[in-house]
Ligand binder design. Structure first.
Ligand SMILES: [Zn+2]
Length: 263
């Protein structure tokens, strides 16, 4: 038993990715700055990786604005921005594994969630490389700690892309607003990335495609009949088919426009 001495002894010694300096870790410590070169690093079970952050440029109101613009856009049902009821808005720094890889002369960047999330679509985030800053320890109380090991994320990446040569593995904490909203008695989640304003959702009230398929089917059917009339109706058949085809076009267009305004 240690008497009076509160200084914990380092339990692990690792090497800094940047300068090769010795890093002494305390029990449970995962985020640290190298005392020699100042690099922000994250310590996974198996390795030490660079640790970056993106800085938020959106305040809570602007994040809500980005969500509303997405809701009024073409992916979601009409007027979702007016019909949805926002029930929660929270902020955090969410961890992503950032892999820079090469394969057959091609280079790519892939992101994988480093913690559990209902919105795995966040992996589609495009991170401007110039915006990556060393992670600042002051963000720790707003940050979710990684719970997905880097090896698991790498295995997933290789499963998606085949054998790739990994050039860089890093951890990036990205600022995100989590929104919960209700629509027709169902609850949905959407993320607004606060650095770039990109919106992500796995499930959302999507614009229905069925009415468009029906209109497409009717249009095809009408023109098939007219083509048959032209082919087998003799001289008057061709003239009649031509007139009907010209007459039908604005009608079908009007129906399509009406459907588009409803869904
Ligand atoms: Zn260092």
């Amino acid at each position: 038993m240690n008497t009076g001495q509160e200084t914990a002894s380092p339990v692990r010694t690792l090497t800094c990715t940047q300068c090769g300096g010795e890093l002494h870790l305390q029990e449970g410590q995962i985020f640290l700055n190298c005392p020699y070169c100042g690099s922000a690093v994250f310590v996974d079970k198996t390795r030490v990786v660079f640790h970056y952050q993106l800085s938020p440029t959106l305040n809570p109101d602007q994040a809500l604005g980005a969500l509303k613009r997405w809701m009024s856009g073409s992916q979601t049902i009409k007027d979702l921005d007016k019909k949805a009821v926002i029930s929660a808005q929270t902020f955090e720094y969410f961890p992503l594994w950032y892999f820079r890889w090469a394969q057959a002369g091609r280079e790519g960047i892939s992101l994988e969630p480093a913690a559990a999330t209902a919105v795995t679509e966040i992996r589609a985030l495009s991170v401007p490389a110039g915006d990556l800053k060393p992670y600042s320890p002051e963000l720790e109380n707003q940050s979710t700690a990684p719970s997905v090991p880097v090896e698991a994320a790498l295995a997933w990446l290789k499963q998606q892309n085949g054998e790739v040569e990994i050039r860089e593995s890093s951890l990036v904490h990205v600022p995100v607003y989590h929104f919960k909203y209700q629509y027709q008695n169902k609850s949905y989640t959407a993320l607004v990335e606060a650095g770039t304003g990109q919106v992500f959702a796995n499930l959302y009230p999507a614009k229905a495609e069925a009415p468009y398929r029906v209109i497409g089917g009717i249009t095809a059917g009408v023109y098939l009949l007219l083509a048959l009339l032209a082919a087998f109706g003799g001289g008057t058949g061709i003239i009649t088919a031509l007139i009907l085809a010209i007459a039908a076009a604005p009608v079908l267009f009007a129906i399509a426009a009406w459907v588009a305004s409803k869904v």
